[in-house]
Design a protein around this ligand. Structure first.
Ligand SMILES: Nc1ncnc2c1ncn2[C@@H]1O[C@H](COP(=O)(O)OP(=O)(O)O)[C@@H](O)[C@H]1O
Ligand SMILES: [Mg+2]
Length: 550
């Protein structure tokens, strides 16, 4: 529309925008609303699916204001084309309607799951509000609650087949959530747009007819397979940069052919985005950008910034150790609570030095933020030279409250700490032991002094320490090494109340470390960990360690 007509449309009953030109130059319109509620876009790689998404988003964003329409966007394929919707380093503009952009999520299918869970929650919120007002649909809710913020939501997942690939828990939960959103989202103004190059993605949906039936708007690019109805082969003869738009579940009588304009090149796009950006409301915030290739920073994490020591002399109810970023929509931190209770220790398990150091480092720095100087002790033992830079920097920054141990002196740390356990009363201040590559100390700790070995003492500290505010946060370079230090393959592991697994296969984490049999569904990958806290979790949680602090 011309600039003076922008943001003039009302989305109460649906969203309508032209996508391209039909025969005789008439615009072909795309609708989302009660009918059709959701769209499926298909076509081989390079036929223009992503470009069509840009054209559609642009046409909608120009017509509906951010109060009428919000976008959530996920791209499962390599490439940062969607990054431009969020605020960038080179271009400060963003698309005001965009709430979330996920890029490079190809290996983090959990992020797709997180988006679907978030939308399911929003669906519940809307359904509750509708029930409260005794209405059933978004248009009615908006009529009875004109002051409420009830924009239509369009969630776009490009190359969504990646999300449904595999027969694991992620794929299963994603399909269940999609089905629920597709079925109930229509009346609450939540619309799904799924694009795929791959018939397998579509076929994963075909196994769920109740889900597919909700996607009545079909958009087929040249040579698309299985997007239209079985005998409708209109996509096979399409010229380049054209699409069959069909709002009748792909039945032949619904075919409309449109020529799609070029919309994804930066020059074409940025002019519109800049115009809309300048029109943004004063309180508009840029979209959250989740980049699967980026490493988050602890100092930028809202949960870290919010940490403070308790007010006045109030005792600590249980400080939290932040371990990494959770793969979710809000960029929250994975938090391990350390109250005075048995088992409140952490094991970081795996051979990856940088990730292990990052987890222990953020745990230490977040704990230190909750204790005033002089009110907590941090003992740092470094047994692997590769961990030295991180451990050293931590030791220096914790200053007078920190003590340093190495292979030679770590037996003293165990002896001294175990000795305080034997004394009556509770130590007045908490004591945290950060043990980097503790399994490398097995030799030094096997020597006995006073009838007990260092390993005996470590086991005692793990067992009896937490109730007396002594917590061990230790990195072991493998499950077997950890079990050995705990007393052998059959040793109990309940003193390890929480763990982060790095390059450890799910199967190794079975028996006593994880509920059920066979261990968690976990595929190790660089700069990711699986966090499990038996006090709060039913399943493991994928985390992204924070990047180096300095
Ligand atoms: N309607 C169009 N007009 C002009 N160029 C287009 C059009 N659609 C796609 N292209 C170009 O074709 C290439 C592939 O398009 P893309 O949308 O990335 O395909 P897909 O997502 O299906 O793999 C891009 O370089 C894009 O700029
Ligand atoms: Mg694409």
């Amino acid at each position: 529309p011309p600039p003076e007509q922008m943001w003039k449309e009302d989305s109460a009953h649906g969203l309508t925008a032209p996508i391209g030109e039909g025969p005789h130059g008439r615009p072909v319109l795309l609708n989302l609303g009660d009918y059709p509620p959701h769209a499926l876009i298909g076509g081989p790689s390079g036929t223009g699916k992503t470009n069509l998404i840009f054209a559609w988003i642009g046409a909608l964003a120009a017509r509906y204001s951010p109060a009428e329409l919000e976008f959530y966007l996920l791209d499962f394929k390599e490439g940062v084309s969607f990054a431009r919707f969020a605020q960038g380093r080179r271009d400060p503009s963003w698309l005001p309607h965009m709430r979330l952009v996920g890029i490079n999520v190809n290996t983090d299918r959990e992020f797709g799951l997180a988006l679907l869970r978030f939308l399911a929650e929003e669906l519940r919120r809307r359904a509750d509000a509708a029930k409260k007002h005794e209405v059933t649909k978004l248009a009615e809710l908006r009529a009875v609650d004109p002051a409420g913020h009830w924009p239509r939501i369009v969630a776009v997942v490009d190359e969504f087949q990646a999300l449904l690939a595999g027969r694991d828990v992620v794929a299963r939960e994603a399909a269940d959530l999609l089905e629920d959103l597709a079925r109930r989202g229509r009346s609450q103004g939540i619309h799904l747009v799924l694009a795929s190059q791959d018939v397998r993605g579509i076929e994963a949906l075909w196994g769920r007819p109740a889900l597919v039936a909700q996607f009545t708007l079909r958009i087929a690019l040249p040579k698309a397979l299985r997007i239209l109805a079985e005998r409708n082969d209109a996509a096979q003869a399409l010229p380049k940069y054209h699409a069959v738009v069909n709002a009748e579940s792909g039945m032949t009588e619904g075919n409309q052919v449109a020529r799609i304009p070029s919309a994804s090149d930066w020059e074409t796009w940025s002019e519109l985005q800049h115009r809309l950006w300048r029109m943004r409301p004063a309180d508009a915030a840029p979209a959250r950008l989740f980049d699967g290739d980026a490493v988050p920073r602890l100092t930028a994490a809202p949960d870290f910034r919010a940490l403070t020591p308790p007010a006045g002399d109030a005792p600590h109810r249980g400080p939290v150790a932040l371990l990494g970023e959770i793969i979710d929509v809000q960029a929250r931190s994975a938090a391990l609570r350390l109250p005075r209770a048995p088992g409140r220790n952490l094991a970081v398990i795996g051979t990856r030095v940088d990730e292990a150091c990052a987890v222990l480092d953020s745990a230490a720095r977040s704990l230190a933020r909750q204790h005033r100087p002089g009110t907590a002790r941090y003992s740092i033992a470094c047994l692997d030279p590769d961990a030295d830079p991180v451990a050293r920097a931590l030791y220096e920054d914790l200053a007078d409250d920190a003590a340093w141990y190495d292979e030679e002196t770590v037996p003293e740390l165990m002896a001294e700490t175990a000795e305080t356990l034997g004394r009556p009363g509770t130590p007045t201040i908490p004591h945290y032991l950060f043990l980097f590559a503790v399994d490398a100390a097995a030799g030094a700790l096997s020597a006995s002094t006073g009838g007990r070995s260092g390993l005996d003492r470590l086991r005692r500290i793990l067992h009896d320490g937490p109730e007396r505010r002594i917590h061990v946060l230790a990195w072991w370079r493998g499950v077997a090494r950890m079990r050995a230090d705990l007393g052998g393959p059959a040793a109990r592991t309940d003193q390890i109340g929480a763990w982060v697994a790095l390059d450890v296969q799910g199967g190794e984490l079975g028996s006593s470390l994880y509920p059920g049999t066979g261990g968690p569904d976990w595929y190790p990958r660089p700069w990711r960990g699986l966090f499990f806290d038996r006090a709060v979790h039913r399943t493991g949680q994928v985390i992204i360690p924070y990047g180096p602090f300095r």
